[in-house]
Write a protein that binds this ligand. Structure first.
Ligand code: ADP
Ligand code: MG
Length: 713
């Protein structure tokens, strides 16, 4: 970008003509930044047409009316002795003689208004017109009052911006006009066409200009050509940033080629009581190829709950073991780590591989022994929590890092890191070390989103469930039928069923969630067989919670119905649980519901999921729940969720690393994601230094959209 333009985009808004320090501060609050650039990225939301009308009589109540009128008389308002307030009213007539009253409330500026509308003069007034109770046309506080010769000061189409306190549309329009007056005189702009990411002219800025000067609401639709072009530019900037980050990461790490002889894996396959699905085999193949390459692996295996990711991860670990390398397998919680360990350890024993677990609970001599064994290289597969990456843990030769349910601690950081272009988020923090990296996620997200979030990783998807799984029967039920439901559950429990009962997330406050769960617990306790109801919630300490969960999981557990707040761990595997009740289901996102439902249906018996909802369920709310009743495909559900609620909500407000787009619309710009990604890859492969014209344009766009990354080092 030429310096003049860059300097201008960086200019503090207070120096823009017509703004000044006070308004600049208010704009800063609104825009989250106070540069000219921040203003340019703030788009109008709709258009008010202000074309001049011929007569008051043609106007519609509640709409903007712009009309030349002659002032007939003044009637001063104010506060009268009886306390009543009356507005100042100025009676006018249009050229057909039809009456229009312009009125002002409040006492300040009265004389000012009267002077702006002197009796006998012609003025053009523009504002929202309503018919008063007596039937006369009234405009209160018009947006514009201009002399006929200043007609041009009233825009035919007014762009309406989202604004905050202390700002008006007039202020926004003035700032915009000053900014574009200057921009139009900047010597060169980057050009960027959608199809090729090259091209000439001032396409990007011309489109940006058109968005700030819309002449109809259609101009602001995502499908509009200019909107699409700017959205494309935004996506392209992001995809280039991601592609470069990824290139850089791969350059920054010395990978190693791991190509085991397959002996351990062959043995494992023989031990499994089932055949791997095609999708599992494909994921394993992807991983083996990555590991064999001397570039470091950065792969995400995405697959629904129960799709069998653990076995896939284990084969990767065995490949490393065959190469005499260690594997660290990290889960987000102690419980999940324990669960993996319980599953993997017996298999390792049979394969004669030392497998151990390390969590924050390990203390003293036992811990020391584990650490020594890891340091010596004797322990080959170490399962644990983030305790695996404490300073005290030294590996002899760590070849592979597996992170399970990584979205629970990784998405936000990943996105932020990618955007910033920092060093790779290897869990040991070194950034330059060499282990291959395999992430597992049970959160299926639509392709468009995963490109945004995991764009720097290769992805394998396991969309297929192991054969023989019985689909979960899902239905919705109004909460007023709870008593009948409880009775049915009682009978099921007597027959040996295990039930999860998830209580709603009432508020952000854990206290309130807890209260709701406790109330429900008491209610159910009274109705179920003695001692069969348990409770877990976020306020229990971890030990108690784990104990309750483990007990519930056990074959001989007395507890048959576990009431839980929605904090219950994702990934917990209790194959004997067959019933899932989710209360206030309408308050959860579809993906969250799908995750919760995935707690059941893991065994060989028919499972059920009942979505309890309030009686004021909206039509949309009902439709959302229906999606869940109709399908179990996590990708379909995620796609629906995205369509219905938008990306921010899908990922949850708490995913703080999430950077929303300025111009991109997930629904309408889906094709642009692919295009931008493809073009970005092409560019970064042919021009990694971004020194060609297209490369330079890409740099400019990355700068404009705040996706800059350092290119060297
Ligand atoms: P997740 O993807 O949720 O981590 P798991 O790896 O825990 O799923 O697998 C869920 C269950 O399915 C486990 O009990 C596992 O042994 C079993 N499983 C995995 N692969 C298959 C398969 N191909 N056929 C049948 N069962 C399988
Ligand atoms: Mg799992």
């Amino acid at each position: 970008m030429n310096k003049e333009l860059a300097d201008f985009l960086n200019t503090d808004l207070q120096f823009v003509k017509g703004v000044g320090p006070v308004l600049a501060a208010r704009l800063n609050d609104l825009l989250g930044g106070k540069r000219v650039l921040d203003f340019l990225l703030h788009k109008p939301i709709y258009v008010k047409p202000r074309g001049i009308s011929e007569s008051v009589l043609d106007a519609k109540s509640g709409e903007v009316l712009t009309i030349p009128v002659q002032v007939v008389s003044h009637k001063k308002g104010g506060v009268f002795r009886n306390g009543k307030r009356a507005p100042t009213q100025i009676l006018c007539r249009d050229k057909t003689g039809a009456e229009l009253t312009v009125q002002f409330f409040g006492q300040s500026f009265l004389d000012y208004w009267l002077e702006k509308l002197p009796v006998g003069s012609w003025r053009i007034v523009s504002g929202r017109m309503d018919f008063s109770s007596r039937g006369g046309a009234v405009i209160s506080h018009p947006d514009f009052i201009e002399k006929p010769e200043d007609k041009h000061k009233i825009p035919e189409f007014q762009a309406i911006y989202p604004i905050g306190e202390g700002l008006t549309q007039r202020i926004m329009a003035n700032a915009r006009d000053s900014i574009f007056a200057k921009l139009d005189n900047c010597p060169t702009f980057l050009g960027l066409s959608r199809e090729s990411a090259t091209g000439g002219g001032n396409e990007f800025f011309n489109s940006l200009r058109a968005i700030h000067y819309p002449t109809s609401n259609d101009d602001l639709l995502p499908t509009n050509e200019n909107m699409a072009r700017v959205a494309y530019a935004e996506l392209f900037a992001q995809q280039v940033a991601i592609a470069l980050t990824r290139q850089k990461r791969k350059r920054g790490i010395i990978g190693r080629s791991m190509r085991g002889d397959g002996t351990l894996r062959e043995k494992l396959y023989k031990m499994l009581p089932f055949e791997l699905t095609e999708a599992q085999n494909k994921a394993i193949e992807d991983i083996e190829n990555d590991m064999a390459s001397d570039e470091p692996m950065l792969r995400l295996v995405q697959g629904d709950v129960g799709s069998g990711k653990t076995i896939v991860a284990l084969t990767a670990a065995l490949n490393a073991t065959e190469c005499k390398m260690q594997t660290a397998f990290m889960a987000p919680t102690d419980t999940l780590a324990q669960q993996h360990y319980t599953k993997i350890k017996p298999l390792c024993d049979e394969l004669n591989i030392v497998c151990d677990i390390l969590t924050g609970r390990d203390k003293g001599a036992a811990q020391k022994e584990k650490l020594t064994s890891i340091r010596s290289g004797r322990t080959k597969i170490i399962i644990g929590t983030h305790a695996l990456f404490q300073d005290a843990v030294e590996y002899k030769n760590l070849g592979l890092v597996i992170i399970d349910e990584q979205h629970r601690f990784g998405v936000a950081q990943r996105a932020a890191l990618s955007a910033k272009g920092n060093n790779p988020p290897l869990p040991d923090g070194s950034g330059a070390a060499g282990p291959d990296f395999l992430a597992l996620s049970a959160t299926p997200i639509p392709r468009t989103l995963s490109m945004t979030i995991y764009g720097d990783m290769d992805i394998s998807i396991i969309a297929q469930k192991p054969v023989g799984r019985i689909p979960i029967k899902t239905s919705r039920l109004p909460v007023e039928r709870i008593a009948a439901l409880a009775e049915r559950l009682r009978l099921q429990i007597l027959a040996g069923a295990k039930v999860f009962w998830v209580c709603p997330l009432v508020t952000e406050s854990e206290n309130m969630d807890f209260a709701a769960a406790e109330t429900r617990y008491e209610y159910l306790k009274d109705r179920m067989p003695d001692g069969s109801v348990g409770l877990v919630h976020g306020q229990m300490d971890k030990k108690q919670r784990d104990k309750a969960m483990t007990e519930f999981a056990g074959d001989k557990s007395k507890i048959k119905l576990l009431v839980a707040t929605s904090v219950i761990e994702v990934g917990i595997d209790i194959p004997t649980a067959t019933i899932m009740i989710i209360e206030n289901a309408e308050k959860f996102g579809l993906s969250a519901l799908h995750q919760l439902r995935g707690r059941v249906g893991r065994g060989s018996d028919q499972s059920f999921c009942i979505l309890l909802h309030g009686d004021n369920l909206t039509e949309d709310g009902g439709k959302r729940l229906d999606v869940l009743c109709e399908t179990e495909d996590g990708f379909v559900i995620a796609e629906q969720d995205l369509m219905m609620r938008g990306a921010g909500e899908l990922l949850g407000a708490r995913q703080s690393g999430w950077v929303p787009y300025y111009f991109v619309d997930y629904r309408e710009h889906r094709d642009l994601f692919k295009l931008a990604s493809r073009n970005a890859l092409e560019l970064t492969e042919s021009d990694p230094a971004l020194s060609t014209d297209t490369g330079k344009s890409a740099r400019d766009l990355m700068y404009i959209f705040g996706r800059e990354i350092k290119l060297d080092g």
